[in-house]
Design a protein around this ligand. Structure first.
Ligand code: MG
Length: 377
């Protein structure tokens, strides 16, 4: 079914284009082409062996960066389709949004950031969003004519979700008015980029509850006691199916929470758009954020985030493995910095480590240091 894009959506024919000019593809528009380039990239295949919250070796059913990215794409596409926004662009942004993540999730990123700041205080450290852009702009090696994937401005704008002042300045110097500009001018990205940001948040809140319960680190009773949104849909699920229990009850509750958040975003954002009626995406960029939850749902979502922070991300068992993971990243950084001959030619230490999967990082760590961390079973 052909869907008419709203005037405030990103229209492929009005794209700000690619950094290197290319002839149009005969069967696909530019955002569909971006999505396809992303799916065929090396960085995309690496996502399957990268940690989301639980380290990759802890179990086969936990989310990885790949399944997380697919869930973000599903949510973002669903919101975009309903709102007359560009579904292909949302898919492209979602599938690439975590390309810059190091092995071992946030622990790996924190360790790499510390190492980089210590040896290169002027570098601005390591930021995964900035690194995601580096992957698609520079690090992928697939084309004869250019480095990177040569994606459109709109996809790159969405991938660069956050950016420090220092990195924004660096981007602006290289490409005035480019994707770094909005962090200096404090303007917004396209609605599609805003949808992907929110879909990311909806996805990880839901799947971290699921993975947290699966791991045994959090209990359904805790969720019921402290999260009104969870309690509301748990009660609704039991009203409709009183015999429901255990995992199925958890899944049913999470499914209802996900739908409620999507409907809430669509309703609240559509109301904001009706109020502003942006004539096109450039007016969107100059407007306040137009994609968001209603104030009530925002409150519920903040409660979920606070709960996960305290009960899951800072759980002693999670912290113990993430501390171990940091040591692996520090060990690798140290080893490559003192023995640059161990790096493949033309690679920078931070880019090389950031690109690793969890298990490749562990293998390299063992090869270079002769040690296997005790937390690896
Ligand atoms: Mg994400």
């Amino acid at each position: 079914m052909a869907i008419t894009l709203k005037p405030w959506a990103c229209h492929p024919a009005q794209s700000r284009g690619r950094r290197h000019t290319e002839a149009p593809a005969p069967t696909r528009d530019d955002f569909q082409r971006d999505r396809d380039r992303i799916v065929h990239s090396t960085a995309f295949r690496r996502l399957v062996y990268k940690t989301q919250v639980f380290l990759n070796h802890e179990g086969d059913l936990f989310r990885t960066r790949l399944t997380h990215s697919l869930e973000v794409a599903q949510l973002a596409r669903s919101i975009a389709r309903t709102m007359g926004l560009n579904e292909d662009l949302c898919e492209a942004i979602s599938l690439a949004h975590d390309f810059g993540h190091t092995p071992f999730g946030h622990a790996g990123q924190d360790a790499l950031d510390e190492c980089l700041r210590r040896v290169e205080p002027e570098s601005g450290g390591f930021e995964h969003n900035f690194q995601s852009l580096r992957v698609v702009d520079v690090l992928e090696e697939r084309y004869a004519a250019f480095d990177g994937l040569n994606l459109t401005f709109e996809t790159r704008e969405g991938i660069l979700k956050h950016c420090s002042r220092r990195h924004a300045d660096e981007l602006e110097r290289a490409d005035p008015g480019g994707v770094g500009h909005r962090f200096l001018a404090r303007t917004q990205p396209s609605l599609e980029a805003q949808v992907c940001n929110l879909a990311d948040e909806i996805a990880y809140n839901a799947h971290d509850i699921d993975d947290g319960v699966r791991s045994g680190l959090i209990e359904q009773e805790q969720l019921l006691a402290v999260l009104p949104l969870f309690a509301r849909f748990h009660a609704e699920a039991l009203r409709e199916a009183p015999a429901l229990a255990g995992k199925r009850l958890l899944y049913d509750t999470i499914r209802r929470m996900l739908s409620a958040q999507v409907y809430d975003v669509v309703a609240a954002s559509s109301a904001l758009i009706r109020e502003h009626v942006p004539a096109n995406v450039d007016v969107v960029r100059a407007s306040p954020p137009l994609i968001g939850f209603s104030p009530g749902m925002r409150g519920d979502v903040e409660q979920i985030k606070a709960f996960l922070r305290h009960e899951l991300y800072r759980h002693p068992r999670v912290v113990a493995t993430t501390d171990g993971a940091k040591q692996v990243v520090r060990g690798l950084f140290e080893a490559y910095s003192t023995q640059p001959g161990e790096l493949p030619a033309g690679h920078a230490v931070a880019d090389y480590i950031a690109g690793m999967t969890d298990r490749f990082a562990l293998r390299e760590h063992e090869r270079l240091t002769g040690t296997v961390p005790s937390w690896v079973r």
